[in-house]
Ligand binder design. Sequence first.
Ligand SMILES: CC(C)(COP(=O)(O)OP(=O)(O)OC[C@H]1O[C@@H](n2cnc3c(N)ncnc32)[C@H](O)[C@@H]1O)[C@@H](O)C(=O)NCCC(=O)NCCS
Ligand SMILES: Nc1ncnc2c1ncn2[C@@H]1O[C@H](COP(=O)(O)OP(=O)(O)OP(=O)(O)O)[C@@H](O)[C@H]1O
Length: 199
Amino acid sequence: MIIGLTGGIASGKSTVSAILIRKGARLVDADAIAREVMLPGHEVLAAVAAYFGKEILLPDGTLNRPKLGDIVFHDPEALKALNGLTHPAIRREIRQRMLAMEQETPERLIIADIPLLFESGLEDMFERILVVYAPREAQLERLKKRNGLTQDQAEARLDSQMDIELKRAKADYVIDNSGDLADTERQIAVLWDRLGLPC
Ligand SMILES: CC(C)(COP(=O)(O)OP(=O)(O)OC[C@H]1O[C@@H](n2cnc3c(N)ncnc32)[C@H](O)[C@@H]1O)[C@@H](O)C(=O)NCCC(=O)NCCS
Ligand SMILES: Nc1ncnc2c1ncn2[C@@H]1O[C@H](COP(=O)(O)OP(=O)(O)OP(=O)(O)O)[C@@H](O)[C@H]1O
């Protein structure tokens, strides 16, 4: 069984994925794949540098992530261009890894953690979609704390994504991560049971 897992920025996708892995699920991590295609030597990073200019690279040739983030999260056209350069390769890799895992361990739950699942129109890749929900205010507070961002920077990132309430409405399953971790773990245990997975 493959489930697409998504949510808003800092809503708790990684936190929930980690708990699911502990219970026996396997993970395809779109953020990790997005980082791999931005490593020096990868054709996607070369295309991004050709488009945005060498200023978005550090002297050692790696991506200056805060710099590119500041550009694209304040300019919807630039973000669209970046997505056009990166998403096809990311999508291809997600598909390949899911297929490989399904063949290797058909009995295990496979979770594909994809922050932009709805924004990129990837719903059709999955039979079921799980949304990790936290209200906007909680997302903002957790994002500022984790990434050391100002209120403005955090809001700009949140506003680059589909509204979390809309995502929640589109979900087959919802984990509400607005409470404490114990509460989130309890909801995951209930879901695990509902999916008929072995403890
Ligand atoms: C712009 C970049 C360099 C900023 O890097 P930075 O280290 O500051 O942030 P990080 O990658 O950890 O992303 C944090 C969160 O921002 C959000 N985010 C990232 N990219 C996007 C995007 N294209 N559109 C909307 N939100 C995004 C996601 O919720 C993500 O989890 C980086 O996010 C990137 O390369 N983005 C393009 C690839 C992509 O779309 N990745 C995310 C989905 S797979
Ligand atoms: N229930 C919770 N209570 C308090 N803090 C939490 C809770 N769940 C997660 N956090 C914290 O909030 C931050 C965001 O969580 P996490 O990294 O899991 O979100 P994410 O959705 O994977 O983020 P991103 O979209 O940026 O990849 C982290 O610092 C995490 O430790």
